[in-house]
Design a protein around this ligand. Structure first.
Ligand SMILES: Cc1cc2nc3c(=O)[nH]c(=O)nc-3n(C[C@H](O)[C@H](O)[C@H](O)COP(=O)(O)OP(=O)(O)OC[C@H]3O[C@@H](n4cnc5c(N)ncnc54)[C@H](O)[C@@H]3O)c2cc1C
Length: 435
């Protein structure tokens, strides 16, 4: 239907700050704390009731890719999160660091409070007023009384994951691969009554058990890719599996269908774990996540677009704001065996670095090409799908968030808030980057 209606109302300005951050996932928290640390007055608005995004409301059970086997790459805010969470240093190098979700929520609360950041939960950024590429204010819908309010700032940081703010301000974006196919979405979950000792003792090959269940017809649609269950407590497991393919997370018809599809698939997985997997015979599904597991939505077109060529070349940049090394992790794009085999070849083979290797992240991928006082951080930064599939994990989002916050604070101290006019060596120095 093409019919439209107009709304015309005055909106009160509730916050007037130097830096406004929309979205409070790992990128948003890092951006807000970093901007405040660098002297800015900051507001952060988050549409859920806690910070952390997919790592909390999304029940993603682990941080991964925080190091390259030789060195911690997550940046100083990621380090702070790990220190408060008391994640043991032996786990910092390469693969997974498991998440106690309530502890992570409180960790982010403490960091925001300690930084004197003004914050609001259950508020969604829904519009911006922009003049000639300069955002003047952002409009938030307030879930508590269904009113609207405005935030005036000199610089805005889009940490919505989906690029909501930058697109409303006029930025261009891409989605998916060359054919427009996005990475699939998932619905993470929390399970109780797991006997991890029994599971470890049994030393089973989970993939073989999955193949057996597929042969036995347990699943309506076979899906060979299965990240698995992760120990997030003594008898608790965090589930990260099942896919909804081809979901455009900025289309509510797509996401609404995905929620139901993925909830139904969890019932099948409950049967699989109870009947096939040692240690899980009494496992109960406590809850599925309250945020859909969106791996990829819009990627904002920036002053530079990082591509697979940069990954393959281990490219370094004069304006880099960090280094990263997580493999290219494009989950199968459909349920075929061919796509599963493509994923395995890339993730475990040719698109994974050796210990000690890394690529640089240029500041320019945080700057939306058409805008002057806006930065992006997290999974909507300017990349192709391959690079997004590496940089999207939470330590990568902390890195871009920390850099965006620092750069925004610097730009907000200038006359016009232009994010291209800051000194890159000073930014790098503040971030502790040595080129
Ligand atoms: C199923 C799944 C499994 C994953 N597994 C891992 C893993 O094992 N390890 C790992 O490190 N990473 C993993 N990731 C990747 C990682 O969790 C995300 O890419 C990362 O959380 C992205 O961070 P972000 O801050 O950019 O966005 P998000 O985490 O998506 O946070 C965005 C925040 O913005 C809020 N928001 C959105 N729109 C608005 C708006 N308009 N106004 C106000 N607020 C808004 C949202 O509520 C949310 O809190 C996984 C992702 C998925 C989907």
């Amino acid at each position: 239907m093409n019919k439209t209606v107009q709304i015309n109302q005055s909106v009160p300005v509730k916050y007037k700050v130097d830096v406004c951050v929309a979205g409070g996932g790992p990128a948003g928290v890092a951006a807000a704390v970093s901007a405040a640390r660098n002297g800015a007055k900051v507001f952060i608005g988050e549409s859920c009731g806690c910070f952390g995004g997919l790592g909390t409301c999304g029940l993603v059970p682990a941080f991964c890719g925080v190091g390259n086997g030789k060195r911690f790459l997550g940046g100083s805010i990621c380090r702070k999160v790990f220190d408060i969470m008391q994640i043991p240093s032996g786990e910092l190098e390469r693969e997974f660091s498991f998440i106690d979700v309530e502890k992570l929520k409180c960790t982010y609360d403490k960091m925001i409070i300690a930084s004197n950041v003004q914050y609001a939960f259950e508020v969604k950024m829904i519009a911006v007023n922009t003049e000639n590429g300069v955002v003047k204010n952002a409009i938030f819908a307030d879930g508590s009384d269904s009113g609207l309010f405005a935030v005036e700032a000199k610089v805005f940081i889009d940490c919505t994951g989906n690029g909501d703010l930058a697109v409303r301000a006029g930025a261009d974006y891409t989605q998916g691969n060359a054919k427009g196919i996005p990475m699939p979405s998932s619905l993470c979950s929390l399970w109780n009554n797991v006997d991890w000792d029994e599971y470890k003792k049994a030393n089973v090959n989970l993939f073989q058990l999955l193949l057996q269940a597929i042969d036995d017809g347990v699943f309506k649609e076979p899906d060979w890719h299965h990240s698995g269950m992760f120990p997030v407590g003594n008898s608790l497991a965090g589930g990260n599996f099942s896919h909804a393919f081809g979901i455009r997370a900025n289309e509510h018809q797509d996401t609404s269908a995905a929620w139901m599809d993925l909830r139904r698939k969890l019932e099948e997985f409950q049967y699989f774990y109870n009947k096939y997997v040692p240690g899980f015979s009494n496992a109960e599904l406590c809850m599925s996540a309250s945020l859909l597991g969106v791996r990829e939505c819009r990627r904002i077109i920036g002053d530079y677009i990082m591509t697979i060529d940069d990954f393959n070349a281990r490219r370094r940049f004069d304006d880099e704001i960090g280094q990263f090394a997580y493999p290219v992790d494009i989950h199968p794009l459909d349920a075929t065996k061919g796509e599963f085999e493509r994923f395995q070849r890339e993730f475990y083979g040719n698109l994974r670095y050796k210990d000690g290797e890394c690529y640089g992240i240029p500041y320019r991928i945080l700057i939306p090409a058409k805008l002057h006082n806006v930065l992006t951080a997290g999974r909507c930064v300017s990349t192709d799908q391959h690079m997004a599939a590496s940089i999207r994990v939470m330590p990568g989002c902390f890195l871009t968030g920390e850099a965006a916050g620092c750069a925004a604070a610097m730009a907000s101290a200038t006359a016009n808030g232009e994010v291209r006019n800051i000194s890159i060596p000073v930014l790098q120095n503040k971030l502790g980057i040595s080129n």
